[in-house]
Design a protein around this ligand. Structure first.
Ligand SMILES: Nc1ncnc2c1ncn2[C@@H]1O[C@H](COP(=O)(O)OP(=O)(O)OP(=O)(O)O)[C@@H](O)[C@H]1O
Ligand SMILES: [Mg+2]
Length: 309
C-alpha cells in the first residue's frame, strides 16, 4: 500500500445545533487525486478546515505525513496548500506581493522564480503588479490557486477551485493539477462539477450530513453503480418484443421504435445483446451505447445513502 499523507480517525465536529462531521475515518495516499464529493452543507469544507487547523475538531485524530505524533502540527501545516472556497486575500497588495507574503507565512525563503512559474502556469503573469482588487472574479480564483501552490506543498486541498472559472481556464487548471500530481503532489479536491471529478480523480469519497458514505476508486465506483445502456433504433415500429428479444433489462420505448437495454454489472456484452436482437429479426436501424456518468452514480449514492456501499 502506498504511504498515507493524511489519516483521519473518527473525526467529529459538533456545532451547538448540528454535527458537521460525524466520525469520519479516511486515508489519503501519497500521490493520488482524491475527490471529496457531497451536497451543500455535507461537511467538505469543515473536513478540510480541520486538517488545515482552521476548525477545531470536537474529537477524533488527524495524522499528517505519517508523523508519529498525532494532530495537525505547525511543521506539518507548512507542507499543506489550501485553495479556500472563499476569497481571502488583502485587496491592497499586488498579486506578486500577495504570493511573496504567502511564501513567508509558510516559512520559505523568498523565491521569485517560483512565483513567476506559478503566475505563468495560472496565466496571471500579466497581472503580477496589479492590486488584487483589480482582478476579475475568475482571476481572483486563479490567484487563490497560485497562493496555495507557491510554497511547494506536499498535500494540496482544492475546495471548489473552479467555481466561476471559464471553460478554457478550467481545462488549463485540470492540466496543471495533473502535472502537480505527476511531480508527486497529493491532491484533495471538492467540486460540484462532477465532470471535473470524473476527469481528474483516482478515488472518490462521498460525504453527506457529516458522514462518509463511501470511498472507492473512481473506475470501480462507476462500474459497480453505473449503468450501461444500449439503444437500438428500429426502422419500423413493433407492438411488442418478439420472443427471442425479450432479454432481461430490454424494454421497448418510444411507440415501439426503439429497444433500450439497461444493465448494471456487465452481464452481457453489447455484441451478445445485439446478436440476440438480430437473431430475433428486429429491424435494426441504428445502435448507440452509453454509460452512466459520475453525476448519475453520485445521485444514486445520495438517494440510497449508505445502502449503496
Ligand atoms: N461556524 C459554524 N457554526 C455553525 N455551523 C457551521 C459552521 N460552519 C459550518 N457549519 C455547518 O456545518 C455544515 C457543513 O458545512 P460545510 O461548509 O463543511 O459544508 P460543505 O460540504 O463544504 O458545503 P458546500 O458544498 O456548500 O461548500 C453545514 O450545515 C454548515 O452550516
Ligand atoms: Mg464547502
Amino acid at each position: 500500500m502506498a504511504d498515507a499523507v493524511l489519516e483521519l480517525e473518527g473525526l467529529t465536529k459538533r456545532y451547538p445545533k448540528l454535527v458537521a462531521l460525524d466520525g469520519v475515518s479516511l486515508r489519503i495516499e501519497a500521490g493520488e487525486i482524491f475527490a471529496l464529493l457531497g451536497p451543500n452543507g455535507a461537511g467538505k469544507t469543515t473536513l478540510i478546515g480541520a486538517v488545515c487547523g482552521l476548525v477545531k475538531p470536537t474529537s477524533g485524530l488527524i495524522r499528517l505525513f505519517g508523523a508519529a505524533e498525532t494532530g495537525s502540527t505547525v511543521a506539518a501545516r507548512y507542507q499543506l496548500g489550501l485553495v479556500p472556497q472563499e476569497i481571502n486575500f488583502d485587496p491592497f497588495f499586488t498579486v506578486r506581493e500577495c504570493l511573496r507574503i504567502q511564501q513567508g507565512y509558510y516559512g520559505r525563503q523568498p523565491d521569485e522564480a517560483r512565483i513567476d512559474e506559478v503566475l505563468g502556469a495560472l496565466k496571471l503573469a500579466e497581472k503580477a503588479d496589479a492590486p488584487t482588487r483589480a482582478l476579475s472574479g475568475g482571476m481572483k480564483r486563479r490567484l487563490l490557486v497560485a497562493k496555495a501552490l507557491v510554497h511547494r506543498p506536499r498535500l494540496v486541498f482544492l475546495d471548489e477551485p473552479t467555481a466561476g472559472v471559464d471553460v478554457e481556464l478550467r481545462r488549463d487548471l485540470w492540466q496543471y493539477v495533473r502535472k502537480l500530481r505527476a511531480e508527486g503532489t497529493t491532491i484533495v479536491l471538492t467540486t460540484h462539477y462532477l465532470e471535473e471529478a470524473e476527469e481528474l480523480a483516482d478515488r472518490v469519497g462521498v460525504i453527506d450530513h457529516g458522514k462518509l458514505l463511501l470511498v472507492e476508486p473512481k473506475a470501480a465506483l462507476l462500474s459497480r453503480l453505473g449503468e450501461r445502456r444500449l439503444t437500438v433504433r428500429l426502422s419500423s415500429a413493433l407492438a411488442e418484443l418478439p420472443e427471442g428479444a425479450r432479454l432481461e433489462g430490454a424494454v421497448l420505448e418510444d411507440g415501439g421504435t426503439r429497444v433500450v437495454y439497461r444493465e448494471r454489472r456487465g452481464e452481457k456484452s453489447s455484441a451478445e445483446v445485439l446478436g440476440a436482437l438480430y437473431a430475433a429479426k428486429l429491424p435494426i436501424a441504428e445502435v448507440e451505447t452509453a454509460s452512466s456518468s459520475l453525476e448519475e452514480v453520485m445521485m444514486r449514492v445520495l438517494r440510497e445513502g449508505g445502502a449503496a456501499r
